[in-house]
Design a protein around this ligand. Structure first.
Ligand SMILES: Cc1cc2nc3c(=O)[nH]c(=O)nc-3n(C[C@H](O)[C@H](O)[C@H](O)COP(=O)(O)O)c2cc1C
Length: 364
């Protein structure tokens, strides 16, 4: 297994970023990566939304946009996988190049713009795996040229409810013009009301599918106040904090690449997104759990995100730099930290540092 990892990592490090992603997907599809990993430590198990997850580490949206390899990813050791963003109708997204590596910063900029095979194709793939175990969430978004974006979300909830372990309502991609406006108080309220209504309409045949809201790390604290207020009053089941940022931290070393338009992720997003997790955590007051995502590239970073307020975490960009073994490395680190500190589960430290983090200077 280790040899395969090294070989694939070597290939990926030398390819154009989007081509590398295609190679990774094909390798996973071919079953080239054998599943000989160890079972997760029982201390890493998490219970959330009435479900048990073997560990809290998820693959973030955007890697498996079209649900081609969720089970291969679960076999690699992720505790859950989020597919999508899926749009109702197929669309090709923005012209290439649209994915850029900021190597010296261990960051990524993407402006894919929701390239999606569309709901029908993704539904067909998920139906084929419906008999299999494992948490597979579906991240939903609107078509770029949609005349009624709210209706797009509603349609996707109705379509995917029988097959989704949870939904992510993605209103935070920076690459679909105007999408982030859906985070504005009254617009978000209308969207979430209709999405939750849709979930209730199909509850009898599809069960009680959790609905999560994924937000941008670029919200002001006043905007975050409003978003959390609406999310709580509409009783969403969780929030994912956060998507990519439009900001370009002054510390970036790849200054030419940093000028590319799109959302920045990876290590340069870590501080801002962790701050947003803590800010969200203190506002949510335990009403629902958070998934923390942004720049997690080690066990230490995962732990910081959890202590900021994340019950679950997700990652994507760091896989480009650290390779697929990162998932096992993080799990080993988390389990040994628990053992060393005499704690039985990670839930004991969720949010332990939220107050401290929110009191620090704003990350720039
Ligand atoms: C290439 C790429 C594509 C992405 N596509 C999506 C997407 O379709 N939907 C979404 O909600 N987030 C998408 N994201 C954002 C990630 O899910 C995640 O929120 C963000 O990258 C921060 O995590 P990271 O620093 O671990 O990558 C994408 C990120 C990258 C790098």
């Amino acid at each position: 297994m280790a040899a395969w990892y090294s070989l694939i990592d070597l290939v990926l490090a030398r390819l154009d970023a989007e081509a590398a992603h295609g190679v990774a997907l094909r390798a996973l599809k071919s079953g080239l990566l054998p599943a000989d990993r160890r079972a997760d430590s029982p201390s890493l198990a998490v219970r959330v939304w009435g479900r048990s997850l073997p560990n809290p580490i998820g693959l973030a949206a955007g890697f498996d946009k079209n649900a081609e390899v969720p089970d291969a990813l679960l076999r690699l050791g992720f505790g859950f996988v989020e597919v999508g963003t899926v749009t109702p109708r197929p669309q090709s997204g923005n012209p290439r190049p649209r994915l850029f590596r900021l190597d010296r910063d261990e960051g990524v900029i993407n402006r894919f713009g929701f390239n999606s095979d569309g709901a029908e194709a993704v539904l067909r793939r998920l139906a084929l795996r419906a008999h299999l175990a494992g948490i597979v969430g579906v991240n939903v978004g609107a078509n770029k040229d949609s005349p009624d974006r709210v209706a797009d979300y509603v349609r996707l909830i109705e379509t995917f409810a029988p097959l989704a372990s949870y939904f992510t309502v993605n209103v935070s991609s920076p690459n679909t013009p105007g999408l982030r406006n859906l985070q504005q108080g009254h617009i978000l309220d209308d969207l979430l009301a209709k999405v939750i209504d849709a979930r209730e309409r199909v509850r009898e045949k599809a069960g009680d599918t959790p609905v999560l809201l994924k937000i941008a790390p670029d919200l002001s604290l006043a905007e975050l106040d409003e978003v959390v207020h609406v999310a709580r009053s509409r009783r969403v089941d969780g929030m994912i904090v956060a998507n990519t940022t439009l900001a370009r931290p002054s510390t970036l070393r790849e200054t030419a690449r940093a000028k590319e338009q799109g959302g920045l992720s990876g290590r340069p997003l870590f501080r801002l997104s962790t701050r947003m997790v803590a800010e969200t955590y203190v506002r949510v007051e335990g009403a629902f759990p958070l998934i923390g995502v942004g720049g997690i590239d080690s066990g230490g970073a995962a732990l910081t995100k959890i202590r900021a307020g994340a019950s679950l975490i997700q990652l994507y960009s760091s896989l480009t730099y650290k390779g697929l073994r990162l998932v096992e490395d993080i799990k080993t680190d988390l389990a040994s930290t628990l053992l060393r500190t005499g704690r039985e589960t990670l839930s004991e430290i969720v949010g332990a540092d939220a107050a401290t983090i929110t009191a620090e200077d704003w990350p720039v």
